[in-house]
Design a protein. Structure first.
Length: 325
């Protein structure tokens, strides 16, 4: 009886080669954390539908009447009064838009153009508020959570000062003082007031991460505090930051609407969705479309952004067990 050779003969079973093939196949199928998050988000039906609706709203709003010197495809201006058609009522039908699909306001301005201008301003304010508040909240939370001690005490006491004052009251005061400077300046001021919630959340995340081994290793290798925070800690807080930034945009839409409705937000001759509701609230019983059009736009923007935020939250949550193909 002959001994079995160490080398597998041609055509025989080679366990080493089989293990290599299995390892290669497993490696090909492995997904990065970013890819897993993306796949979870893409499988969130509510977020996907909301992204499509929100994208359509943005595209129509900014292409219809144009932006600045760039003209749009809609023939009427939101500034120019015209002869009243159809008694100012909407001309939209089942198979046609008509000359004024959303009707005309009290002086004959095309209401579709006015609604699109209001949507532009409201979206711009919401985005600027979201960006400014996210930057400030992330900075304050990261510094307070990492350095602790007197730095944390000082930053958290400042945060508490902003928290104890109702946001709407503080925003109304700032809006009254700065509203005449234009919507962009108003948006920056609102962003300076809306960062406190994110700061507290980032602080908690950073406090837990700063005790981890990879942070201690980076510190032992001589990395600066700035590098540790930016390169090692904040990337691990990215999920919390992105989700809260998205939800702050939806909250900013409602905040701007409330301020403009109360007369502390966007001022004429410009307009916003909240200002349109405020201007035409008295026409609710006689010309309801002047009230419902901006109300529906506000509802659509706020709901879609909230659903997108929910989808991002579920995607970044490691406890989710959705498909990651």
């Amino acid at each position: 009886m002959s001994n079995t050779s160490d080398n597998t003969p041609t055509g025989g079973f080679n366990a080493v080669e089989l293990d290599d093939e299995v390892l290669d196949a497993t490696t090909d199928r492995s997904l990065s954390q970013g890819r897993i998050v993306l796949n979870r988000f893409l499988h969130h039906r509510g977020a996907m539908v909301s992204m499509v609706v929100f994208a359509l709203v943005v595209i129509v709003a900014y292409t219809s009447i144009g932006v600045g010197p760039i003209p749009g495809w809609w023939p009427h201006s939101y500034k120019q009064p015209m002869d009243v058609v159809n008694g100012g009522a909407p001309t939209i039908g089942f198979f046609h838009l008509g000359e004024h699909p959303f009707g005309q306001d009290n002086v004959g301005k095309d209401y579709f153009a006015l609604a699109m201008r209001g949507t532009q301003i409201s979206i711009m304010i919401a985005l600027v508020v979201g960006i400014v508040s996210t930057l400030i909240g992330t900075l304050v939370g990261a510094l307070a959570g990492y350095f602790r001690g007197w730095v944390e005490s000082l930053l958290m006491r400042v945060t508490d000062m902003f928290i104890v004052i109702p946001l709407l009251v503080l925003a109304a005061i700032i809006g009254q003082m700065t509203g005449s400077n234009g919507p962009f300046f108003l948006a920056v001021m609102l962003g300076l007031l809306s960062w406190t919630g994110l700061a507290r959340m980032v602080r908690g995340e950073v406090m837990s991460l700063r005790e981890r081994e990879f942070v201690s290793a980076a510190d032992a290798l001589g990395a600066s505090s700035f590098r540790i925070i930016v390169r090692h800690i904040l990337p691990n807080c990215l999920g919390t930051i992105i989700v809260n930034a998205t939800l702050s945009i939806a909250a900013a839409i409602l905040l701007e609407t409330s301020l403009s409705y109360l007369g502390f937000g966007v001022r004429a001759p410009d307009t916003s969705l909240g200002l349109l509701i405020s201007d035409y609230q008295t026409t609710f019983s006689t010309r309801p479309w002047l009230f419902f059009v901006p109300a529906v736009m506000i509802l659509a923007i706020a709901l879609t952004v909230n659903f997108i935020g929910d989808g991002l939250r579920d995607a970044f949550d490691p406890r989710q067990k959705g498909k990651v193909k």
